[in-house]
Design a protein around this ligand. Sequence first.
Ligand code: 4AD
Length: 454
Amino acid sequence: MWNDLPSTTRTGASFSIFKKLLKTLLFREPQKKNIFLHVNDGSSLQSLQVVGGAELSDPLLTFGSAVEVTGTLRKSPHPQQPVELGADQIHVVGECNSVDFPFKIKERHSLEYIRQLPHLRCRTNVFSSLLRVRSEATTAVHSYFKSNGFLQIHTPTITSNDCEGAGELFQVEPSGPDFEEEVNFFSVPAFLTVSGQLHLEVMSGSFSRVYTFGPTFRAENSQSRRHLAEFFMVEAEISFTQSLEDLTKVMEGMFRSTTEHVLAHCADDVGLFHKHVTPGHRVSPEGQKCPPYSKEMITYSEAIDILNRSSENFTFPTDWGCDLKTEHEKYLVKHCGDVPVFITDYPYDLKPFYARDNQDQPKHTAAAVDLLVPGVGELCGGSLREERLSLLKARLEDVGLEEIYSWYLDLRRFGSVPHGGFGMGFERYLQCILGVNNIKDVIPFPRFSHSCLL
Ligand code: 4AD
């Protein structure tokens, strides 16, 4: 990648690139003596300017064509670009019919427009920036966990459990002539995973601190701007954790260190979003610091009081015991000063069977915590897990799942420890730091209700 060349060769006068395939993103009309191309190999937002003599001009050199250029890298006379490539040869490897090409030179295309072209949108500046940020953020998440003593576990994609108990499952069935009679996964029920949490809990009994980061599936019949049928989730499970505060520290640490890494490594790409796509967004690429977010921590009961004291006309009810909807989350974030807000201690009945019972509170709550962030709402969901065998058994009996989860009860029978964990929606994280409104614009190939393009 030209941008990765050591600085001595980049500024030197005699470095040659041979047989380098570069994509032409911008082709300027031949001027009097020279032709100018802007080529980009995807390594950076910055294109490399190629300068060639008029004899290298070719009618096939159009916006979008793929070229191979041989020449000499030299110091550029323009202060805003350190080097340019003086071309000896330019070979058009792949022609591009610029009349039919859906992107036009010097035109800024909206995210909605480029979303219609999932096979071509990585050719735009904005989507290639997004993909670089996504890749760096992935690296940063792994490095946060590695440097904090977590072991990475590959949890399965096909599973027999509905961890969240919400019934939003995609069932897995074989297909093909040999399986016409087959309705299940070789005669046993199987689903695409909604969460790797229960598998992480198995591992946390042995490794203390574990995490996973992979695709997760929810059969949500939703076109909303923050729901996908397939999304990536970062999940962590920590043994010997006794308080929600311990969990929130890990959530915050991961958020901060990932964001600082992205700002340090993708300042141009993040800057493109903040300048042209989401002006006014708060994460500053110049500062290379995580947003100066203070944060709030309030209980669910306090959140309900805040909502009920407000003069807003909410569509959904705000009685104690009701689930917090997007409109409520938005209001709470604004109310707390547009900062990330941790909401703790949700009604026991709202949370899945694994959440720990807060027995000592006047209202029946579970030790669960959600992190809400500006512009997105819920980013992370987590809880302490019920490690006490008798309470867990009683809850599983209540919901009729005792038999299916006998193996889960074994985890409590054989050397259980207090533990807890959380999951963060990776696409929502990208929406949050880039200020992108629609989740479909931060994933390479979005899958959502009635849409599975490519
Ligand atoms: O709150 P959720 O459902 O929590 C769990 O799945 C836990 N088992 C995680 C754990 O404790 N290990 O999901 C966690 C996060 C949400 O806060 C949200 O950011 C994201 O996953 N998420 C979605 N993102 C995109 N599309 C969807 N349909 C999502 N559903 C959840």
